[in-house]
Design a binder for this molecule. Sequence first.
Ligand SMILES: Nc1ncnc2c1ncn2[C@@H]1O[C@H](COP(=O)(O)OP(=O)(O)OP(=O)(O)O)[C@@H](O)[C@H]1O
Ligand SMILES: [Mg+2]
Length: 481
Amino acid sequence: MPARSTPILLVEDTPSLARVYAEFLKKDCSAVTTVETGAAALDQLADGVPRIVLLDLQLPDMHGMDVLKRISAQALPCAVIIITAHGSVGVAVEAMRYGAYDFLVKPFSAERLTVTVRNAMERLRLAQLVDSFEKDLGRSRYHGFLGSSLAMQAVYRIIDSAASSRATVFITGESGTGKEVCAEAIHRQSPRADRPFIAINCGAIPKDLMESEIFGHMKGSFTGAVADREGAAARANGGTLFLDEICELAPDLQTKLLRFIQTGTFTPVGGSRLEKVDLRIICATNRDPLREVEEGRFREDLYYRLHVIPIHLPPLREREDDVLEICRQFLADYSREEGKGFARFSPAAEQALRTYHWPGNVRQVQNVVRNIVVLHDGDTVTPAMLPAPLGTPAGTAAPLPANGGGNGHGGAHAPAHAPAHFAPQAPSPKTVKPLWEVERDAIEEAIAACDGNIPRAAALLEISASTIYRKRLAWQAEGKL
Ligand SMILES: Nc1ncnc2c1ncn2[C@@H]1O[C@H](COP(=O)(O)OP(=O)(O)OP(=O)(O)O)[C@@H](O)[C@H]1O
Ligand SMILES: [Mg+2]
């Protein structure tokens, strides 16, 4: 049954008839606007689209068909019901071809009119429902994301619903699953989209500088603080603050962040005045945050403050054929960028891409496709062009290290090369390396194995990410890296 406020535009040039029809409609609809000419109808439509247009064909200034054609051409979301005199049913049928929903032949009863209007309303409602389902199910791109799998449709829907709120979003997912892409999508989908999006990586900034990175500092507050500096919180005012690798945050800063979230205020390092900002916090980690809490590395109260809207990004191997959609898009993009002519993957290459378990997720796909495009030529990517471990002939390879998949079922689908350094070497004085070099190589190999993700490499090495950053800075300064 139509709501009483359903807007109806009644276009009828005979005032007495218009009054009768409006009276018929009053029971169901209070918002009936009556006009007598085609021009007035078009003006009304320009002001706002009603749900239903009741359209007489014989108008003083134009034919009702012209009004209908305008509505069709602009694909206005309303249902048109034609009112026609006895004898011009042929024209009414033609009107149906132009998208009219139904027609009424004068004279008609109140009941006939209300039933037709109700049916039109129901059809509009169903059409909108179908539209929204198509929109929800059919998305193969969403902001920076590619992929139409059901798992990703669910992610897009959560972002749609969460974007308008200020509630904190906690993104989890393996390395390379798109956590940063997700944070940006939330920001861009939100009413804060035209305000700043400030991202800071809690694992990449040395511990001593972190407080100033987030909250800023006053001139002279520590050695090197030569001027006042705004932190990320102040720069994100009005917008979104993305705290990436949140589990790497040192305990004292976890306490300060908790206070900031509770009060919305902070004091810059060396400052005495409280500053207030309005921002939305999004955080991400590729660790299991509850385990970090259980093992005492992450404050439980902070976890619950942050974990308001959780979004888990599924690993690529659980996203149906997204991997092929993503590979094809990257192949087109990188071929264009590198001036190559690749247009497709061969069926056998696609099979290899589809069955590989992608421990490095989308970031690894980027590396693999870039590698293919840079090192080869042609229009079709063949299995021989796939880099190891994808291109390894079956039976010659060792399984991938178990850490790659992150959830224990990685490694089951595809073979992989054993890295050269796993081969046993006979010890000799010549092969003994300085301890710093052994340490450096172990760290660099771990970083490479994690596709450049330092916090993940640190977790596998069971040291903190800031240790890695500190050591690398020192090696760089000494020319050892
Ligand atoms: N669904 C996707 N479609 C297209 N590109 C993607 C998708 N997911 C991730 N990417 C791309 O893959 C790369 C890695 O994504 P991102 O940095 O967001 O991953 P992450 O989950 O934050 O990884 P990490 O835990 O290692 O920081 C980026 O270049 C990003 O643009
Ligand atoms: Mg990231």
